[in-house]
Each structure stands twice: as C-alpha cells, then as structure tokens.
Design a protein around this ligand. Structure first.
Ligand code: AMP
Ligand code: MG
Length: 424
C-alpha cells in the first residue's frame, strides 16, 4: 500500500513555486478601520500618510549656545552684544549686525543669524548692562543649525500604504500631527490542532499522561506567531482525528474567518482527515512541498456553504511536527498574512553569513537548518536537526537555507534567515 502511494504521488512542488502560488492567490483584505496612532503598532496602513508641514517646522538650534552672524566675527576677540534670549518653544526677533542671541536647543534661529556657537566655545562678559559674548573657535556657516524640512518636507509621503507600522513609524506619524491612522482590519484566523495523541498542558499532569500521549505544543507557538503577524485568533483547540468532526469545525469556521490554520493531519495516513475535509468543503490548491522540515503543507479554501453569499476562508494546513510547523509558518503563512494585509514586501529576505560548521550529509530536499550567530560573526549548528526537536528553535536564532544536496564546509557563505525578523 505504501508503495502504491509513493508511485501515485506527483512530484513535490518547490518552496518558491508554493510561495508564488500562495502570494498570487491572496486578495488583500478590503475592510479598513481608523485606530489611534498610539495603538497602531504592528498594523498595516490602508492609506499613505502625507505631511502637511515641514519637520522641523523652522530652522532651529541643535545646541545650547549663541546664535550669531558669522560675518560679524572679523577678528579674534570680537565681542557681540547679547540682545535677546530664545528658549525652545519661543521665537526671537531679527538679529542686527554686531548682535548675538542666547539660544537653547530646539529654539528657532532668529532671522539674520547664520550659525550657532555652543556655550562651551563662548565667553560671556556680564559686567556691562547688555552682556557681551566672544568666541574661542570660529564657527562655520550653518553650524549647529537644523534646517526646516530636513526630516520631512511639506507634501511628502512619509509612510506608504502597505507599510507595517513599527514603533519608529508611530513616532514619525506623530511628528507630522497624525493622531489616527487608517489601517487594514486584522485578519481573522481560526486555529486548531488535530491528533488524538494531543493533550492540553494543564488538563493532565505530566506523571498522569497515558502512553502515547503528548502535549499540544504547536497551539502555543502558532497562536503567538499569529498574534505577532497582526491577526485576531479564534482558538478552536484540538479536533479529534475523524472526518465528521473535522468537516463540522471547518465549515463553521469558514463562515466568519479569513483563514483556517491547522496543524497535523495533512500527511497521507489514514488518520489524516484535514485534506479530505478541505476537498469536500472547498478546494485544495497545493499540497506537499519539497523542503525539510515541512513537506506536508497544504493550501486551499473552504466554503461555509453552497450559496454564492457564503463566506470563503483560505485554508492552510501545517505539518504536525513542531519544527516543521514553525518553519512552514514562517516561510509560507507569515508572508501570506502580511500580503493579506497589503504589505508589499511580504517575502522573507535572507542574509549571507559564514558557516562555522560542517554539514557533510545534506538532504536531497531544500533544507532549513537551525543555527545560531556566534560572536565571531559566523553561524553555529544545532546538533539535532530532527523536525520534532523544539529545543533547536529555542537554542537557535535563525535558519540556514541550504539548497538540496549541497554539503556545507566551515567557511562557506550561506543564506541565513534571522528569527527576530519573523517574530516582529
Ligand atoms: P501529523 O502531521 O499529524 O502526522 O503529525 C506528525 C507528528 O507531529 C506526530 O509525531 C504528532 O504526534 C506530532 N504532532 C502533531 N500535532 C502536534 C501538536 N499540536 N503538538 C506537538 N506535536 C504534534
Ligand atoms: Mg496526526
């Protein structure tokens, strides 16, 4: 029987083909909402932000010191009358020849001034009725002046539609006076795990676990990964390994979710009911990818009913093995979820780093090896690369993307994906 299956199986799809397929199939979510900029971390802009003002709004001082006219400093020791004092948040008046202004960081430069001398380079004589200042170091033109618009010019697009907002972007939006941003609604994702062997932590104590039972670890990291990718998650727990239960849960979930994400049950075994359920309720577009770990990955759609008005949810089925599940999430599901929210650069981008390890026996398939950056700027390899070993993900801080059948020698340049970028 097993041989039969092997013979009937079509050639596996490559990861690149699968990702192209998934990203081509995505229709960006069309519902938007206005949220306070304050709460918009991780959200995706549905409309570009254009500045209605210059930032900074005026030429201003970047030092505490004295604003003056460079041309007045004709010889060493020239003294200028300090005729005004300009703290941040106040404006001064025009500077006449022979005058200087006491000025503080952030205060607008008075007209006529063309440089600032920091207070450390100035000597003040306060004995006469109007204090006088002289400088010990000749300033250059424009010194310590921040120019109006050097950060943002009026009319400029500061953040494009499709930008995923991060803390720096929130600050930039606030700097142009934006208190609310129009963002794409969060994708609604229904998540469930399959497998009769699975037990939820907390339901059964470790010493009471029946033989063959394991804890459901995937649910924990998948939910957290979904939240980090900007989703609203409905956790449907564990679905038993039978077709009827799987059909029911899927059909219900399809009515009010954008994506149904499952782990386990997408292989070819008789206990794998996810694939037939998707085929019965919708369509399976692709299934099984030539990668290690992570071969059993499925993508398709599920309909909540037959009428045209029924909702259609995307479906993604991840392998049950925890590392396979994690890696396929990052390489396929996360780009999909970003694209669903309108992010243009949804594909993961690798970096070139040097392997500080040997890997003499590569798999035929493209392989993702758990590694960690060392302090010499290279990569160390985790010893156990098995697809069930979660300690490899915790120890590691990324994966090496190794093409099929390519041995690695220490010193080789390899492609590296840092987990940190996938967890944002
Ligand atoms: P499956 O893809 O259902 O054939 O499962 C492959 C392997 O992953 C089996 O050893 C399962 O016991 C294990 N597995 C499946 N689901 C989970 C899960 N949610 N948490 C931890 N291990 C799992
Ligand atoms: Mg299973």
């Amino acid at each position: 029987m097993a041989t039969d299956n092997v013979l009937k199986r079509p050639p596996l799809m490559s990861l690149d083909e699968a990702l192209d397929f998934v990203l081509n199939d995505v229709a960006v979510l069309s519902s938007h909402e206005l949220v306070p900029t304050f709460d918009a971390d991780g959200r995706v802009l549905a409309a570009s932000l254009v500045s209605q003002l210059q930032v900074p709004p005026h030429d201003n001082s970047s030092m505490d010191g004295y604003a003056l006219r460079v041309e007045d400093l004709t010889s060493p020791g020239v003294r200028l009358k300090v005729t005004q004092r300009i703290p941040a948040g106040h404006t001064g008046h025009s500077l006449n020849p022979g005058e200087a202004a006491r000025i503080f960081t952030g205060a607008p430069i008075p007209s006529g001034a063309n440089a600032v001398v920091m207070q450390e380079d100035a000597q003040v004589d306060g004995t006469s009725s109007v204090p006088e200042v002289s400088v010990s170091v000749m300033p250059s033109l424009g010194q310590w002046i921040r120019r109006s618009g050097e950060d943002v010019t009026r009319g400029a697009e500061v953040l494009a539609r499709g930008t995923r907002l991060d803390p720096a972007a929130l600050g930039l939006a606030a700097s142009i006076g934006v208190a609310q941003v129009r963002v794409v609604k969060r994708p609604r994702v229904a998540l469930f795990s399959t497998g009769d062997e699975l037990v939820m932590p907390g339901d059964v104590a470790p010493h009471d676990m029946r033989p063959g039972a394991i804890y459901n670890s995937n649910r924990y990291f998948l939910r957290a990964l979904l939240v980090r990718a900007g989703c609203e998650v409905t956790d449907l727990g564990i679905v038993p390994d039978n077709l009827k239960a799987t059909l029911q849960v899927m059909k219900d979930a399809a009515s009010n979710h954008d994506l149904i994400l499952t782990s386990g049950g997408v292989s070819v075994g008789e206990e794998d009911h996810v694939k037939p359920a998707v085929e019965a309720l919708g369509r399976l577009n692709l299934w099984q990818i030539s990668m290690k770990p992570g071969k059993p990955f499925a993508f398709g759609e599920v309909h909540s009913g037959d009428a045209p008005s029924q909702n259609k949810a995307y479906f993604m089925g991840l392998p049950g093995n925890p590392v396979s599940s994690f890696v396929t999430f990052q390489l396929l599901v996360r780009p999909f979820l970003l694209a669903l929210q309108g992010v243009a650069a949804a594909r993961p981008e690798p970096y070139q780093l040097q392997a500080h390890f040997d890997f003499p026996k590569p798999d035929k398939r493209r392989e993702f090896l758990r590694v960690k950056r060392n302090h010499q700027g290279g990569l160390d390899l985790f010893q156990n690369q098995s697809s069930g070993v979660l300690t490899s993900l915790v120890w590691g801080d990324g994966v090496v993307d190794n093409p099929g059948s390519k041995p690695i020698q220490s010193g080789d340049w390899v492609l590296f994906y840092p987990f940190a970028e996938w967890l944002k």
